[in-house]
Ligand binder design. Structure first.
Ligand code: 2E6
Ligand code: F3S
Length: 317
């Protein structure tokens, strides 16, 4: 038998599910238990095919718009949040609607509403077209929230009154890129109201910090996550920015380009906030088949946050 090449896998921690994802999945499961199948879910509950397929097998039906749901079945809104018009429409149709928006996204919605009530125009740092962006911008009337994606966008902004401005952010952005955009906003609009830090959530922050911690030790980084998962894609970018010449998003073990990893002796592995740990184990097993693997977990933070599900699911049927 030929000897397998030694390889060290640096496993980032924290990685994988955050409290908001865990809660959103529990909400769909509990809704199916409470009301039976089918339960409709507006948009992928979290951006992961394996999670979505698992819930579909239990009786969830995934749609993109509320117009695709019947009035007489419960609907769950995804963890990314929805524009204000969506729960209003559900109420007007007298639907049972359960909101699985992550509480940390709802906090940003509330911040936008509070500023708006005070006559403050909002600037949103985020990615165009992402459901969280659509949901958060959709908390206020059209034109009240201006979108900024890059430092260059800041120079192009046309605001109503530079003295009555505030900014908020998407929760899954790159911490470093966002700091640069926030600095550009503060330079152009010195009176702008800024959130205490930014609105990037603890899970996004911790997962990016863990990648930065392993980056100096590794030849390549693999991030388990979906192509439409913002937080997962940011981990790939953070790895590349921290010096990983090869930083790649994979959905599962079958996506690994073994030839590209050929000469690597130290590989970093992490998972986005919507990627289940079972996929991490699948990737570890795939490496063990090909290499003599030593796993080293690098833990840069301990997470013990848990979010309660909405009251309607905690009450008896
Ligand atoms: C809700 C808000 C933030 O694409 P994104 O990273 O936003 O979403 P997921 O589903 O990949 O991650 C969880 C999540 C949900 N993050
Ligand atoms: Fe919430 Fe952050 Fe997760 S906003 S869903 S805790 S990635």
């Amino acid at each position: 038998m030929t000897e397998r090449t030694p390889l060290t896998l640096y496993l980032a921690a924290p990685r994988g599910f955050c409290a908001g994802v865990d809660r959103a999945i529990r909400i769909v499961e509990m809704a199916i238990e409470k009301w039976g199948a089918p339960v409709y879910v507006r948009h992928e509950i979290v951006h992961n095919r394996f999670v979505v397929d698992g819930l579909r097998a239990k009786g969830a039906v995934f749609v993109e718009e509320l117009s695709e749901c019947p009035d007489d079945r419960p609907v769950v809104f995804s963890a990314h949040g929805v524009p204000k018009s969506v729960p209003l429409e559900a109420a007007s149709r007298q639907m049972i609607a359960v909101d699985a928006t992550c509480p940390l996204v709802t906090k940003v919605h509330n911040e936008a509403a509070r500023h708006h009530e005070n006559g403050v125009q909002m600037i949103y740092i985020g990615h165009a077209g992402h459901p969280e962006t659509v949901g958060t911008m959709g908390q206020l009337p059209p034109g009240e929230v201006l979108l900024v994606e890059t430092v260059e966008d800041v120079a192009r902004l046309q605001v109503r009154d530079p003295a009555k401005l505030a900014f908020i952010t998407q929760t899954t952005l790159s911490v470093d890129d966002t700091a640069a955009i926030a600095a550009a906003l503060k330079e152009r609009f010195p009176l702008i109201h800024a959130p205490a830090h930014d609105d990037i959530c603890y899970a996004t922050t911790n997962r990016q910090a863990a990648v930065k911690a392993i980056a100096p030790k590794i030849d390549a980084l693999l991030v388990i996550g979906a192509p439409n998962s913002s937080n997962s894609k940011r981990l790939v970018e953070v790895g590349a920015a921290a010096g990983c010449g090869y930083s790649m998003l994979i959905q599962r073990a079958a996506d690994i380009d073994w030839r590209a990893l050929g000469g690597a002796r130290a590989i970093g592995l992490t998972a986005g906030a919507s990627a289940p740990e079972v996929l991490v184990n699948e990737v570890l097993d795939a490496f063990r088949v090909r290499f003599d693997v030593t796993v080293e977990q690098v833990e840069t933070a301990v997470e013990d946050i848990e979010f309660k599900v909405p009251r309607i699911l905690r009450e008896p049927a």
